[in-house]
Write a protein that binds this ligand. Sequence first.
Ligand code: ZN
Length: 516
Amino acid sequence: MYTALYRAERPETFEQVIGQEHIVRVLRNQVATDTVSHAYLFCGTRGTGKTTVARILAKAVNCTDEDVHGRPCGKCASCQAIKNGTFVDVYEMDAASNRGIDDARDLRDSTGYAPAAGRKKVYIIDEAHMLTQAAFNALLKTLEEPPADVIMILATTDPQKLPQTILSRCQRLDFRRMNHQLLMEHMKGICEKRGINITEGALGVLAANADGSVRDGLSLLEQCLATGEKEITRELALEYLGVASQDFFIDLVNKIINNKVGEALLGINQLIDSGKDTKQLTKDILAHYRNLMLVKYIENPENMLNLSSENVEALRKQSSYMEMGNINQAIMTLAQAINDGRYSTQPRILLELAIVKLSTMDSHFVSEPIKFDAEQKARAVAEAKSATQTPASATKPIVEEEAQEKNVVPNKEDRVILWNRICDRAGQVRKSVGTLRKKADLVEVGENTFTLKADTGATKRRLEEAEQILSEAATMIVGRPLRMKCHINDTPDEDEGDKAMMEALSKMFGDTLNVK
Ligand SMILES: [Zn+2]
């Protein structure tokens, strides 16, 4: 028989529960000292293990193993029967599907009888916030005068919807969202058991999309396992899940802040054409901007954002060169698009308009844009105008135009400014790269490459080590993909020789001689 992965991997004992140590410790201690409460309220977002822990507790109070610290053992007849759902003294009810008063009344009536097979009767009510008022009233009678051998466990994602009279009679335990690292390790272990190789990148994609829910994480993993592949890579995970990873949003925002209207529109259109829901996509872009805002102010936002430290680092990098005003503006614009989209049959056009608006905003960078940005900006505004008129059809020709466009070859003054900005940004990623500023010059900016001239072989090697960081910085600032090339300055021209001499003079005389 087919069993869903999250069921097959469901923890059967307290030791197997991951990420909820604070709750497990309390419950194990209560079981061992026979001080279990009459009523519990398990709170937490979906897929964090509320009903799983409720069942483990039901086993623990009925387990016949002699070692009270080891309960539930998972092996005795009671544990096995509860696992198989055949134990007569454990009742489960899903309030979302049984909202009526009858179930609660049945429940109240049945609590009057002693347990038939075990020591305690355990009632597990899932989605307790969905109970009707009448059902709550029926339940309250039991909670007010709890029989000694009855345990009531209410599980809910929405505790504030429960009446105060119920809340005040329960011991409340809050389940945490699963952090990425734990979930990744858990999924990796599951794959290893099945002889499947899964890359860190794939685990990261799954964990990011599980959003702190073990159940969601495992059902995403299950989809990947169903492909029958022996190796699950990041690409495979993305392809089969049809999800947009954080990389997509980082890339999209880079296009937006570099005024690449056409490319930004193409990016979202490709995603929508591949089946992504437009309204969800708009929300996801908004969520990305929110993350960019939060990382500006919060030092360790991993838990708050439920993101891996790698994802947070990427966010922080992007956020560091964006102005708060622009992030704020983007959040307002997208929130408006979501709001308008609720009543619109054309949410796609609203999203496209929002993207056009954001891509044509001014002053996206923390530092002043360099001179030749002005030309790009003028072009972006022109693009935006044509894109606004016919967003869908206008995107393609724009990109073709861009590809045919001549290189922007900045003059020497601009190259110095550009090199300084590349060093500034690269220095934010790795401090030591910033110190190479004086040891190399930017001599050329081509269509796909930029060329550096290093003063010595040692500098060239250091630049090449930092190639990725420097290329990313240049790409970000210039607004198109640029790869670094590097030469040693072995044939200094007159200009360079002059500069070298002035530097030597400057060193000899220090600040007393104004050689610069
Ligand atoms: Zn047992």
